[in-house]
Ligand binder design. Structure first.
Ligand code: WT7
Length: 567
């Protein structure tokens, strides 16, 4: 029997009280995610249960029980407090998927600061704009990533501490840098939690939009109510599960379900801190007897590409339940997974701003391959007309996804950007910025985004950020960045570039520009293709018309070009 039982019954009798009661939370009382994910599980008699099995790229392994999680997060919280870091300040986690990332996250929350996770592959420019926006006080990182921080340290007077978790013992560190060794530090058994409440800020995740710099999505401790219950009902976490969430906590899936949803449910989870290969992933599932697997369409399509033969080499019979998030999960991938693993990947839809799963397929529900499923109980979601902002009277029409605000893990604002936050609402609906239709049976069918943001392999990339980086390259005069179709990643970044006088397009220049963006921003944001052109299509007012370039890439009708400059 799945945790959710009957979907229809849950929808009809739903109230978020269900989660509050299960978590013994009473409105007005303290709620601290760090405590719920470690101390509380210990109090329930599971202090010796394995919480985290970590495997590094060399196959080396580390294990942590719930009591280890409790002690080590206390220890990190205590250390941050002893540095003088105050509740409410932003503490950035800038690490590979190492245990210190997962446990440090809990430690930051326990001492009342705000956790700001950033993807460790970010280059110095991506890092700087996000730390600068949040006026981050401390950053926890590894030796190998420290040089990227040092490069921008002078521009960040507010950044008081760089904490290095694997510093060479005895080697003196420059000013503002300090070593912290989680394994060796004296363990703090009793830690006085900072009194955090439902509306106390917890996590700040940065996400990209079409225009402007990335936005800091502010979440609060009360979000746990949503993360706990969605993890229980959608991911169907059971006492005996070995759960594998493949996402990196630099992104929201890796925190909402790789930390908060998982540990608050007291499950055993494993983490693979190594690059992707089909062999290595299947081996990992076999070795750790993974039973619940939460992954992403790009990974699934990469596995499809690797073929079915490699699957036969491994025993994957422990897999019980599979789910996916981040980008459209095409019906072929669902059908394929049913064929090779004996169960379909269930598509789940949500975003950084929603903090938890919004529209989804459930265990036990009829699956329509290619559909995102139905709203989570307690979530009122529909599709509205983009002009009137009213829901359609009949099924099948394509419009904007619209969700009634008010669920526990809804973002509370964009950091220092209340105007952009307010702009996400129309007619009493929160608009995630995606287009969909709903069929007669209430299933949602994703159509596309309603903006120019590129979703490459489940990661959002802002064309604005890439264009800004390109403009800093000495050869580039102007640029326009759009998505280009790709079998595995669905979309990849393509840049159209006009060159400054004296430069001519060549393979070398191509590579040089690509590397320039990769180092500044990240490998995800790096254009996979650069096309040198003489003129970019522009409106009469001089705005670059990405739409035209996008349509060309996707072989679509160009549409209305009446505002084009040279028509
Ligand atoms: C955007 C959010 C939620 C965790 C990872 C991404 C797209 C997300 C699906 C899906 C089609 C999806 C949307 C959404 N997206 N899930 N199941 N089917 N598209 O979080 O970086 O905030 O991206 O990803 O466009 O708005 P994010």
């Amino acid at each position: 029997m799945s945790n959710i039982g009957s979907y229809d019954e849950r929808v009809n009798n739903f109230n978020w009280d269900i989660a509050e009661k299960e978590l013994d939370f009473k409105p007005g009382n303290m709620i601290n995610i760090g405590w719920y994910c470690s101390d509380r599980i210990c109090r329930m008699g599971k202090s010796g249960k394995t919480a985290l099995i970590w495997e590094g790229s060399a196959g080396n392994e580390k294990r942590y029980t719930y009591d280890d999680l409790r002690l080590n997060s206390n220890t990190i919280g205590h250390f941050l407090r002893s540095l003088g870091i105050m509740p409410g300040e932003r503490v950035c986690l800038f690490m590979d998927k190492i245990p210190e990332l997962y446990i440090g996250f809990l430690g930051i929350l326990k001492m009342g600061a705000i956790a700001q996770p950033l993807f460790s592959a970010f280059g110095d420019e991506s890092l700087f704009v996000r730390l600068d926006n949040a006026q981050t006080t401390a950053i926890i990182t590894q030796k190998k990533h420290a040089p990227k921080v040092r490069k921008i340290m002078d521009k960040m007077p507010y950044l008081k501490h760089m904490i290095i978790v694997d510093a060479d013992p005895g080697k003196p560190l420059p000013e503002r840098e300090v070593a912290f060794d989680m394994e060796r530090a004296e363990k703090i058994d009793r830690f006085e939690l900072h009194p955090t409440y439902a509306e106390t800020a917890s996590v700040l995740h940065y996400t990209s939009g079409t225009t402007g710099q990335p936005k800091g999505v502010k979440h609060v401790h009360y979000s746990l109510i949503s993360q706990y219950l969605t993890a229980k009902w959608v991911l169907d976490l059971q006492e005996s599960d070995i759960y594998w969430c493949t996402a990196d906590p630099g992104w929201v899936t890796g925190t909402s379900y790789g930390i908060m949803g998982a540990f608050s449910n007291g499950v055993t989870q494993c983490v693979l801190d190594a690059g992707f290969s089909a062999d290595n992933w299947y081996r990992f599932i076999e070795k750790h007897k993974v039973s619940m697997w939460y992954s992403a369409p790009t990974a699934i399509r990469s596995l499809m590409k690797a073929g079915d033969e490699v699957i036969k080499k491994y025993d994957l019979s422990t897999l019980r339940h599979l789910a996916s998030v981040g980008e459209p999960l095409n019906s072929e991938a669902v059908i394929w997974s049913e064929k090779v693993f004996g169960k379909p990947f269930l598509d789940t839809y949500w975003q950084t701003e929603t903090g938890s799963i919004m529209i989804t397929n459930f265990p036990g529900m009829k699956i329509k391959p290619g559909s995102m499923g139905k709203p989570f109980p307690g979530i009122t979601a529909t599709v509205i007309d983009a002009e009137t902002f009213e829901p359609f009277a009949e099924p099948g029409k394509i419009g904007l996804i619209a969700i009634r605000p008010g669920w526990p893990s809804m973002m509370r604002t964009y950091w220092n950007n209340e105007t952009t936050y307010q702009n996400k609402f129309r007619n009493g609906w929160y608009l995630p910025g995606d287009r969909s239709s709903i069929d007669k049976e209430g299933y949602f069918w994703f159509v596309g985004r309603d903006d120019d943001v590129i979703n490459t392999g489940g990661h959002l990339v802002s064309p604005f950020e890439v264009e800004s980086a390109l403009l800093e390259h000495p050869a580039v005069a102007e640029s326009a960045v759009v998505a280009k179709p790709d079998f595995v990643n669905m979309e990849v970044v393509k840049a159209f570039v006009t060159l400054k006088p004296g430069f001519t397009g060549s393979k070398d220049l191509d590579l040089d520009i690509m590397n320039f963006v990769r180092k500044k921003l990240s490998p995800l944001a790096m254009p996979q293709e650069i096309e040198f052109i003489d003129n970019l299509p522009k409106t009469r007012s001089g705005k670059i018309m990405r739409r035209i370039l996008h349509a060309k890439e996707w072989g679509e009708e160009i549409g209305d070009t009446s505002t084009l400059e040279n028509d």
